[in-house]
Design a binder for this molecule. Structure first.
Ligand SMILES: [Zn+2]
Length: 79
């Protein structure tokens, strides 16, 4: 069981989670889900690595369009 937060919802919340923008209750649900769900734990690691590596990715690491879309998505996040 993964509690009342499913994987789709976690994916929606993960950028806010990394930004620390979630309320405490929602954040706890995300943490609980991550503790129980290997797939989402890996997903979070990927997002973290991507966010950390933006701007210093080797050019061939991501297709140009995917890279541009990711950059746009992260620029759109509130600081
Ligand atoms: Zn999950």
């Amino acid at each position: 069981m993964t509690g009342d937060l499913d994987c789709d919802r976690l994916v929606e919340l993960v950028t806010d989670f990394l930004d620390g923008a979630l309320d405490a209750d929602t954040e706890r649900r995300v943490v609980d889900h991550l503790a129980l769900c290997d797939g989402c734990g890996e997903y979070l690691d990927q997002i973290r690595d991507t966010a950390r590596g933006l701007g210093e990715l080797p050019p061939d690491r991501l297709p140009e369009r995917a890279r541009a879309a990711l950059l746009a998505a992260f620029r759109a996040l509130p600081e």
